[in-house]
Design a protein around this ligand. Sequence first.
Ligand SMILES: NC(=O)c1ccc[n+]([C@@H]2O[C@H](COP(=O)([O-])OP(=O)(O)OC[C@H]3O[C@@H](n4cnc5c(N)ncnc54)[C@H](O)[C@@H]3O)[C@@H](O)[C@H]2O)c1
Ligand SMILES: [Zn+2]
Length: 352
Amino acid sequence: MTEASEILFTLSIADTLNNYLAKQSFSRLVVLVDENTEKHCLPIIKEILHQPLIISIKSGEEHKTLQTCEIIWEKMTQAQLDRKALMINLGGGVIGDMGGFCAATYKRGIRFIQIPTTLLSQVDASVGGKLGIDFMGLKNHIGVFQTPLAVIIDTNFLQTLTKKEIKSGYAEIIKHCLIADAIKWNEIIATPYHQLDWFGLAQHSVVIKSKVTVSDPLEKGLRKILNFGHTIGHAIESHFLNIPNKRLLHGEAIAIGMIAESYLAFEKGFISKQDLSQITKYLLEIYQKVEIFDFDIEQILPIALQDKKNESNAIQCSLLEKIGKANYNIEISLKDIRNGLNYYNAQSLNTI
Ligand SMILES: NC(=O)c1ccc[n+]([C@@H]2O[C@H](COP(=O)([O-])OP(=O)(O)OC[C@H]3O[C@@H](n4cnc5c(N)ncnc54)[C@H](O)[C@@H]3O)[C@@H](O)[C@H]2O)c1
Ligand SMILES: [Zn+2]
């Protein structure tokens, strides 16, 4: 993996990209979009691009596959792109992860720029160098670590994103505050949701994620703190993927995971009852309560056992030590997960 990328924040993406590209030398630009970012985001930058090759793929996690990569590599090959071509991935985490992977592997790697257009990809997916695709039903099973030349973030793109998608991305912002910045946590919980400043919060999240990933790019240690909420959250997300009317967006599942895992941190004596109550109350104010039945729990538990992050058959979790600090490699049991989910279930909607 190469050194950290340049991360630029702007509220005028066309100008910023134009200036940035003027400093680069490349043979041709290739832009990857899906039908939504082609419609809402591409027009904003298209005028400054000189004869770009536009590749448009179908949106959605179900298309983050090797088959779609083949389509992308085919189009790049047909256009005779050489190793000096520069790829721009204009879209959410799916476009960024898959486009980055295609760029990192085409002719053993061409340079690429991430322009994330969802809140989730702006505050999380575009930083840290993880690229890849899903394979045989396993998320991000095939991939590489590679840093983009630059990440350019413009929160104006969020104007066309659904409220639900924005809330999903916000869960990662909340996570970053809980694991690394108690002052910011106090600030966000005191701010009405509709008054949150996405530009400032995106910058804040990116600073935290960059610091952590630069210090541990290959996730040998500290980077694992970014998995707070994800051991239980991922298992919940995967389980409800199979139940069409209960499917959750990533951040919606992670919000539940953060409540359940905060309970474990309380049970293990790390965080206080007051901290647990504050976290629970805030997350339930933002995210709609989901019914998790006993039969759901029975299916969620084995999924948690298969988590990529587990080692030597034990479930490894990252838990809060206090608000603003997290620890990693904490072994938890299936019983712990059950307790965490039971705690979540026991929260009544009236407490909101
Ligand atoms: N690499 C990492 O470190 C990392 C971290 C977190 C998540 N991820 C990955 O990110 C993916 C999820 O990312 P996501 O939530 O951005 O999903 P996504 O890329 O599927 O985007 C969500 C939806 O929003 C649409 N969209 C994107 N930008 C838009 C805009 N500005 N206006 C209107 N519609 C727009 C997309 O077409 C899509 O339908 C997952 O595949 C996940 O594995 C990667
Ligand atoms: Zn996440």
